[in-house]
Every structure is written in structure tokens, then in C-alpha cells.
Design a protein around this ligand. Structure first.
Ligand SMILES: Cc1cc2nc3c(=O)[nH]c(=O)nc-3n(C[C@H](O)[C@H](O)[C@H](O)COP(=O)(O)OP(=O)(O)OC[C@H]3O[C@@H](n4cnc5c(N)ncnc54)[C@H](O)[C@@H]3O)c2cc1C
Length: 312
């Protein structure tokens, strides 16, 4: 959600109020927790990102809806954040309201359907399904995201993506109404969906638990052997193009292990950029730019970002 909001919008008494202040003051009265100047590095797996002007953790779906409506009414940009495992914020933070779904974590299973709020972690979903003797979500094990983020990104592994089992998604439409969309209508494709393209806030979803099973331990060992799991990262930086993978292309242009400040192309998987400790967003973006340029120069392939880069 980009756009800007001028520094001073209203005069109330003798106090000059900006639109973000008005939004924060209304949001503060909603069930949930509002923080000002919250460091986004505390809410992203790559541990990068400056302060958010407003950071809201709604305690209910109604509260989330109201916060979005308030932002829309006042023309203040907002960003829906799940677990921040696919997001790179800027060093200057976010001008507007970041709305975290972290506290929206209710989740139940009935018959072969799992009904969950958008903020439930994928780890919790996998565990709940397992307690009901269902192992079809095990392909999501080890992906550190939320249900909402996973649906928006159509998260998955090469064997399967979440879109294949999404039956219904509850979203807030652009005109402020709640709608339940069929999974088939979400245009799920490789790491994207119409939900992401249209920026529709996901409130919850219904997943179909089919009888498929996955060897979770094998999948987790594969992850541990091929990814830099011990370092903060945002997962794969680029989508894989047709042909050689993004990691392979980055490796072929000699960037495996390449470092800018405290950001580094992983020695284990060249499509991961890791934070060695205190890396800045600018350093990570510099690596992204260099990788793109070098790969394009050598192979005439323009790498498409998988991570979400959010401007300040
Ligand atoms: C170590 C590591 C391994 C990973 N492995 C994989 C993998 O194997 N496969 C894979 O697909 N991904 C992987 N990822 C990337 C990431 O975990 C997934 O894409 C995940 O689904 C993102 O979820 P999130 O809640 O963290 O999203 P966020 O980073 O919080 O958000 C990502 C995008 O989704 C949007 N979004 C979040 N919540 C909502 C909502 N409720 N409604 C609407 N939009 C929303 C955000 O606005 C943003 O555009 C990995 C990441 C890491 C760090």
C-alpha cells in the first residue's frame, strides 16, 4: 500500500495532528495493542527493518477490519503482516500502520476441514492436523509463515503448494465488505495469488484435509541440508525462472558467499541472503540489485523477486 500522508493534516485545539496520529488514536481504542515506532526488525525473520509509525496487533477480526477501514478512511497506508518471513522492510521503517495478525490464531478441525484464522502459524496448523491423524499438511513443516501469508504467497515446496487444499478464503474487499472466496477463484500459481495481487486482507480460511501423507522428517532433513537454517533470512530471495534455478544462476555468476556489510549470499544456498548480525535493508537490497544485474548480463534472465520488498 503505498502513497504518502502529508505531515500535518488537522488542527485540533493547539495540537497539530498528522493523519497517522488520528488513525493511531482511533486504533488505540480497539481491542488489541497499538505501538508507536515499533522496530520492524523484531517482526521479520531476517531481523531487518526500521520503526513503523504505527504497529497494531488486533485482538479480534473485527478489530483488524476496523483498523483497515480507519486507514482507508484517512488515506493512511497500511501493511498486513503475518510472521514476516517473506518481507524486507526498509531501514527507515514504514510510514503508515503495520497490522500484525499474530494474535488472530484460532484454529479448529471438523470432519476433513480445518478452519483457521489468518495469523495461525503453519507450525501450529501442522501440529493440529497431526493430532487429528491427518498428515497432509506436513509439506508445510519448516515454513516459518502464517496462514494468511502462506495463502497470499501460495507457499509450498516442489511437491505441493497450499493453494491446492484451500477451499474457502475469507477476505475484506476493497469496498469494505467481507467475502468468502472459493479457493478455485484465487488464481493460485507459483508463489502468488489474486489475493496478493489485489492486496486483499485475509481473515481466515478453510482447508481440505485430504488423505495425502508426507515424510515430514525427510522434508525437514532436506531443508536442514540445503538451506542456511541457522541464520536469519527471508527464505528464497527470487522466484525460480524456467530452466536453471535462481540459486544456480546466482552461483554461476560467482556470487555464492558474496558479502555487502553484514548481509551475505549464503554459502549453502545462493538464493538465500542471510543476516550475519545487524545487516541493513540497504545492504540486502544492494545484493539483490547486483545479483539481478549479473544474472541478466550473463544469461539474459531477469530474476523476479519472491520476497516482498516494502518501501519506507
Ligand atoms: C528459512 C525460511 C524458509 C522458507 N521456506 C519456504 C518454503 O519452503 N516455501 C515457501 O513457499 N516459502 C518459504 N519461505 C517464505 C515464507 O515463509 C512463506 O512465503 C510464508 O508463507 C510467508 O508467510 P508470512 O506470514 O511470514 O508472510 P509475511 O512475510 O508476513 O507477508 C508476506 C506477504 O503476505 C501478505 N500477507 C501476510 N498476511 C496476510 C493476510 N492475513 N492477508 C493478506 N495478505 C497477507 C503480506 O502483506 C506480504 O505481502 C521461507 C522463509 C524462511 C525464512
Amino acid at each position: 500500500m503505498d502513497g504518502d500522508h502529508e505531515p500535518v493534516a488537522f488542527l485540533r485545539g493547539r495540537k497539530l495532528l498528522r493523519r497517522i496520529d488520528i488513525v493511531c488514536s482511533s486504533t488505540d481504542s480497539l481491542p488489541g495493542e497499538l505501538r508507536r515506532g515499533e522496530p520492524l526488525s523484531d517482526h521479520t525473520t531476517i531481523q531487518v527493518g526500521g520503526p513503523a509509525e504505527g504497529f497494531f496487533l488486533p485482538a479480534s477480526k473485527e478489530s483488524l477490519i476496523e483498523a483497515i477501514r480507519t486507514c482507508r478512511e484517512h488515506g493512511v497506508p497500511y501493511f498486513i503482516l503475518g510472521r514476516g518471513s517473506n518481507t524486507l522492510f526498509s531501514d527507515s521503517g514504514y510510514r503508515g500502520l503495520v497490522i500484525s495478525t499474530e494474535h488472530l490464531a484460532s484454529c479448529t478441525i471438523s470432519d476433513n476441514y480445518l478452519l483457521a484464522d489468518s495469523g495461525v502459524s503453519l507450525t501450529a496448523l501442522v501440529s493440529l492436523a497431526n493430532t487429528h491423524d491427518s498428515y497432509c499438511l506436513d509439506f508445510l513443516a519448516g515454513i516459518p509463515g502464517s496462514l494468511g501469508g502462506a495463502i497470499a504467497m501460495n507457499a509450498g515446496i516442489k511437491e505441493r503448494s497450499i493453494g491446492e487444499i484451500v477451499k474457502k478464503v475469507s477476505v475484506l474487499t476493497a469496498n469494505g465488505t467481507l467475502e468468502s472466496i472459493d479457493g478455485d477463484a484465487c488464481d493460485f500459481s507459483y508463489r502468488t495469488s489474486s489475493i496478493l495481487k489485489l492486496r486483499l486482507p485475509v481473515l481466515g480460511a478453510r482447508l481440505f484435509l485430504d488423505g495425502k501423507t508426507y515424510d515430514r522428517e525427510r522434508l525437514l532433513s532436506r531443508r536442514a541440508a540445503t538451506q542456511p537454517v541457522g541464520f536469519p533470512s527471508a527464505g528464497c530471495t527470487f522466484k525460480n525462472p524456467i530452466g536453471p534455478s535462481a540459486g544456480e544462476l546466482i552461483e554461476r555468476v560467482g556470487l555464492k558467499g558474496f558479502r555487502v556489510g553484514m548481509a551475505k549470499v549464503s554459502d549453502i544456498h545462493a538464493n538465500f541472503i542471510i543476516n550475519l548480525g545487524g545487516a541493513s535493508s540497504a545492504e540486502i537490497r544492494r545484493i539483490i540489485d547486483i545479483a539481478r544485474q549479473k544474472v541478466y548480463k550473463s544469461f539474459h534472465i531477469l530474476l523476479d523477486l519472491e520476497i516482498e520488498v516494502v518501501d519506507g
